[in-house]
Design a protein around this ligand. Structure first.
Ligand code: NAD
Ligand code: UD1
Length: 338
């Protein structure tokens, strides 16, 4: 089996490429390197025993994508490529809709023209919106998303469902990720955000190495066990292994399948801070700030459908997520080399 991995040089994509090759699956990476360094490709290569090809190409480049499909024997696609910063999407909605939604439309059209109708898509728990009560299940109403980034995920889910309804020879898997953190055990691959991190774990690790002097905790008056926001953090390697199962599913069965990829366990911001301090031995100074616009109190998955249908469940706990995030950050204080 040969899988085209769009965005395969990024954070989740790179970890998934390693696990795909470990599972005996061939890969071809397409990335425009907009949000990652080329050295992440070398780091993937160093961890696997088989070579693979990568193409520098934007998924919106129809001719370029068509050439790749004609040059390679592609059985299925795992589609990570996209822009993902919530705040930036509010400032630049046209860029987000163009990159994420238009990029996906071009990809799907090129796939169809080349007879490839199997795709696994990176969706997000953000599609559950503000009103559903956790644990979140796949059959709950989605939509009501509060920012352009989240809307692109919701819109792409709708597009893929409409595509399947129009032609049920497609095999489509929508994976709704909860909060990926952690890094590869080797300490050679991890999350390398540009500028000031938006997400909790990269911010904590940058405080720990001294790049930032304290963590801002957004709100301590939520209805949670300690007042801070509760999320379902999942180790990126568990998430990667979920993609191996999902791509095997689309290889085998036609349909449009939806799965949560989470642990089913919610931890608060302060739980994560404490776990990180224990794992790293470094104290994380923090200050309580006002709530962040658009945040909800509690968001965690019911992951039982993925267990029942994909035979997948997250195995790595919060302690391991913190240890691995810290190993990556402390061994690579400036992220990937240029
Ligand atoms: P990332 O930015 O590290 O990876 C995305 C990759 O896609 C990058 O390497 C980037 O250069 C590439 N890319 C972007 N636009 C492209 C284009 N037009 N053509 C070709 N390549 C392009 O992000 P990630 O954290 O690995 O996320 C992967 C996917 O998972 C994204 O679609 C993201 O929205 C989704 N997701 C991420 C999270 C998270 O917390 N990280 C949560 C839910 C969903
Ligand atoms: C955010 C996005 C979501 C996206 C996900 C993964 C928002 C509103 N949601 O989810 O759409 O899919 O990232 O990219 O941006 N926190 C702090 N201090 C910080 C950073 C975060 O206290 O410096 C808190 C947040 O308030 C939240 C928790 O930590 O309670 C997790 O935040 P974050 O890592 O940004 O993830 P989400 O908000 O769940």
């Amino acid at each position: 089996m040969s899988v085209l991995v769009t965005g395969g040089a990024g954070y989740i994509g790179s970890h998934t490429c390693v696990e795909l090759i470990n599972a005996g699956i061939d890969i071809v990476i397409v990335d425009n390197f907009y949000n990652c360094k080329k050295s992440s490709i070398d780091r993937i290569r160093a961890l696997v025993d088989r070579d693979f090809k990568y193409y520098e190409c934007d998924i919106r480049d129809r001719e370029g994508m068509d050439r790749i499909f004609k040059a390679e024997k592609i059985d299925s696609v795992i589609h990570f490529a996209g822009l993902k910063a919530v705040g930036e999407s509010v400032e630049k909605p046209l860029e987000y809709f163009d990159n994420n939604v238009n990029g996906t439309l071009v990809l799907l059209d090129v796939m169809r023209n080349n007879g490839c109708k199997k795709i696994v898509f990176s969706s997000s728990a953000t599609v559950y919106g503000m009103n559903n009560i956790s644990p979140l299940t796949e059959d709950m109403a989605v939509g009501g998303v509060t920012n352009p980034y989240g809307r692109t995920k919701y819109m792409i889910e709708c597009i893929l469902q409409d595509l399947y309804a129009s032609d049920n020879s497609w095999s489509i898997c929508l994976l709704r990720y909860f909060n990926p953190i952690g890094a590869h055990k080797s300490g050679t691959m991890g999350e390398d955000p540009n500028g000031i991190p938006n997400n909790l774990m990269p911010f904590i690790t940058q405080v720990a190495i001294g790049k930032r002097d304290h963590l801002n905790v957004f709100g301590d008056d939520y209805d949670t066990h300690d007042g801070t926001g509760v999320r379902d953090y999942i180790h990126v390697v568990d998430l990667a292994l979920g993609h191996v199962k999902a791509v095997q599913k689309v290889e085998k069965d036609n349909g449009c399948f939806i799965y949560n990829l989470g642990t089913g366990i919610g931890y608060s911001v302060l739980d994560v801070v404490k776990a990180f301090e224990k794992a790293s031995g470094v104290t994380i100074p923090y200050e309580i700030q006002a709530r962040r616009a658009g945040d909800i109190a509690t968001c965690y998955s019911d992951p039982s459908k993925a267990l029942a249908e994909l035979n997948w469940k997250a195995e790595r706990g919060l302690e391991e997520m913190c240890e691995d995030s810290w190993r990556w950050q402390s061994q690579n204080p400036n992220g990937y080399p240029d």
